[in-house]
Design a protein around this ligand. Structure first.
Ligand SMILES: Cc1ncc(COP(=O)(O)O)c(C=O)c1O
Length: 374
């Protein structure tokens, strides 16, 4: 089974540890263990006492009841039994695709988005149609194009909502139109939902709240600020969850006793974590906007309170996008993700939800370099 290299992951694997100003990451400022424990009374004393007594066996295979119950609360009508713990959202996407896609299937994937969503189905022998997003359309794809692409044998439509790298949200009304198209042919709609918009008026909805054949994948890595807790999940109807169970036994067994316990703790304090993160997103987005407005060499369709953003370099030769990013890192210590890693050269992902000093200094150094680069 052949698979393409994973553009963004390969870039970060090579370069991320050499950055002085890392403005490439899409997680909202990661929490330390002490920050997580501080969510509990007495700095998490009870939690620590309990985990000290826990045996580090396989624990709960599908995820503990407390984890599954906390996850189920994120949806309108989702039995905890239909939630399956995975190794991050990467594991959740893989599980969904590996379980459902067979050679010869037709899959439609939002493009560009998270590369797993199109390159795993391709590697499994599916025919994958790209449903393009357009900058001039606020990074939305076009429904008429989806209508033209759908086939009686389309097995799945795969989306990333909000989109990595653009930070655009496909809103509830738009998703309802996608569901209508999918329902006509009985296609699954898989949506990677790791980027939850942190504003109340976003008209956002998880796909499982809209469609009986919807599959939501998610994790604690982005909106919940703990990618080091390797915990994600799938949410789906009961029949699909049973299919996943079968394939899951071959790929992961369990998420680990410590990750499960810590993940459940973060989700239990979801309101506090989201309030912390909403502050970071809105504060840092204002800094990013101010920079874009005062920097004539760039433009941006702003993200919708989502932690990833995608900047356009107005005067850069798109062919030179990766070279620009490498020279920027080497001369100024600033890490971005060059847009060619998402098949969108001439742009770059800026992860702006880092600490304020890194963001401000990183953007200032990026500005300097935009005017120095030849
Ligand atoms: C859209 C999307 N899905 C999944 C992941 C990976 O998530 P996890 O760390 O939960 O495996 C990322 C990380 O960049 C992402 O951007």
């Amino acid at each position: 089974m052949k698979i393409a290299g994973f553009g963004v992951e390969e870039w970060l694997n090579v370069w991320e540890k050499s950055a002085k100003y890392d403005i490439a990451q899409s997680t909202i400022s990661s929490m330390k263990l002490k920050d997580i424990l501080a969510l509990e009374p007495d700095s998490g004393k009870d939690f620590l006492d309990a985990i000290m007594q826990e045996k580090f066996n396989y624990g709960w295979i599908e995820g503990s009841p407390s984890f599954k119950n906390e996850v189920a609360k994120l949806y309108e009508n989702m039995p905890a039994d239909n939630i399956l713990a995975t190794n991050g959202a990467t594991g959740a996407n893989h599980l969904a695709l590996y379980s459902l896609i067979e050679p010869g299937d037709h899959v439609i994937a939002e493009y560009p988005s998270y590369q797993q969503l199109y390159d795993i189905p391709k590697s499994l022998g599916a025919e994958v149609g790209y449903w393009h997003i357009y900058e001039e359309n606020n990074w939305y794809p076009k429904l008429e194009e989806l209508r033209a692409m759908i086939r009686p044998n389309t097995k799945m439509i795969a989306l990333n909502n909000a989109n990595n790298p653009t930070g655009t949200i496909l809103d509830r009304d738009f998703l309802n139109e996608v569901v209508k198209i999918a329902r006509e042919v009985g296609a699954y709609v898989l949506v990677d939902e790791v980027y939850l918009p942190l504003e109340s008026d976003s008209n956002y909805a998880p796909i499982v709240d809209l469609y009986e054949k919807g599959i939501s994948t998610n994790s604690l890595s982005k909106t919940y600020s703990v990618p080091g807790v390797r915990l994600g999940w799938t949410a789906s109807n009961a029949e699909v969850a049973d299919i996943f169970r079968k394939y899951r036994d071959y790929t992961m067994i369990c998420a680990g006793v410590f990750d499960d316990a810590l993940g459940a703790l973060v989700l239990k304090h979801r309101d506090q974590v989201l309030a912390r993160n909403q502050k970071i997103v809105s504060h840092n987005l204002a800094i990013l906007r101010e920079w874009v407005e005062n920097e004539p060499a760039v433009s941006m369709i702003y993200p919708k309170s989502v932690s990833t953003s995608f900047v356009k370099f107005n005067d850069l030769d798109p062919e030179k996008t990766e070279d620009f990013a490498i020279q920027l890192l080497k001369t100024k210590g600033v890490l971005i993700v060059p847009g060619n890693r998402f098949d969108l050269p001439g742009h770059a992902r800026i992860g702006y939800c880092t600490d304020e000093a890194t963001l401000r200094q990183g953007l200032a150094a990026l500005s300097e370099f935009l005017h120095e680069y030849k």
